[in-house]
Design a protein. Sequence first.
Length: 456
Amino acid sequence: MSDNPVIAGADAPKRHLGVAHATILALGMIMTTDPLKTAPTVALNIGGWHFYAMWVLGGLLSMMGAMGYVEMATAFPDPGGDYNFLSKAYGRQVGLLFAWSRFSIMHTGWIALMAFMFADYAGAVIPMNPVGHTLFALATVAALMGLNLMHVRMGFITQAGLVGLVTVGFASVVAAAIKLGVQGHLPAAVIAPAPAVLPSLKQMSVALIFIFLAYGGWSDAATLSAEVRSDRRGMLITIIGSLAALMVIYLALNGAMLAGLGLNALAHSTAPAADLMGRAFGDAGKTLIVVVVGVSAIASINSTLIIGARTTYAAARDLPALAFIGHWDGRRGVPARAVLAEGGFAMVLVVAGSFAASGFSAMVDYMTPVYWLFMTGSMGAVIILRYRFPDAPRPVKTPLYPLFPVGFLAISIYMFISSLLTLGVAALYGAAVLAVGAGLILAAKTRRPKRLAAAE
């Protein structure tokens, strides 16, 4: 039986995940090939050993914020993750707005983006016209939906295997730098000297936006809180352990690209890993990176389907009008209808996106302000829930409370404001979609006050 009475019952999540499996799954939620895209931007803004310092800083700050999530996840385990925390702290309407943002901006948009990226890389091997490109992206989403609908273990086992493949791909980039070093062909020292001029606050802000993007996803691991065994240490090891492993992987990966290409070449490269692999292994190396990016895209779609479906299920479970989506399939161990809703809407976005090109940076602009807005709310929730539920069992408490949550709350506010000031016009589209969701939630409350009041 689940430890949370809200979700107890035959058709509810069960604690079936061991800590090691959950940590691998959480690592898969966080780890993507983002550093292969973000490293040039970071290098362009931050040079020398500061380049490494910023990646370490991003990892440590992420761990600081993650401790608040560990506390909330162990005190209030629920497949909704942030949705559950925000609802308890600020009321159901704020929780529903968060669920809307995940459904319409963060998760389905990310799935569509990754599907297009996979189709782009596959197009380098398999000639496709624009229609074929769209169909390939749709087929990718549909296939992963099918996997996640089969049984809970299919989605999780697939994710573990994909994480292993991506890790091997990253190791090959490090091997390329080692090979060049052995041959005496490295253009730069691994630890470059610090630049004469320290980076400005704006440069550090831009670098952190992209570094936090690469580390982003650790908050999604809270959606596993009702399925991880050993809830006292399980979520702590799952979230903090996956972040620590990721920081080591990213440092090795970025160090290899910096050493293999040099700071200037890295800063101005559009595909640094491909450039490095091509220098070390020729065309075969470039092909391997194409495969790694493709596998990473599949892993990202799969993990987002796992996470997104659970948030959608949790929100729909609390709305009578959407009760048909808020159903947990006890036989297969998945929120099957939420998986269909999440994947189906992502496929709609794939079709819509096929009529207009949308680049990686535009999607960063679209999602980043919304992400930091709700991260601000979640950090505040750590403090509010301590006040509102002082007697709730907290198997893991945030160290140095309230320093950690207040510190990351300040960082989140700064990153939210910075993203609005430094990112492009696409950030306004994210705000507009969020406003639409707020209007729909308010309209629904006006039409059905009694049922929504009962849900609260």
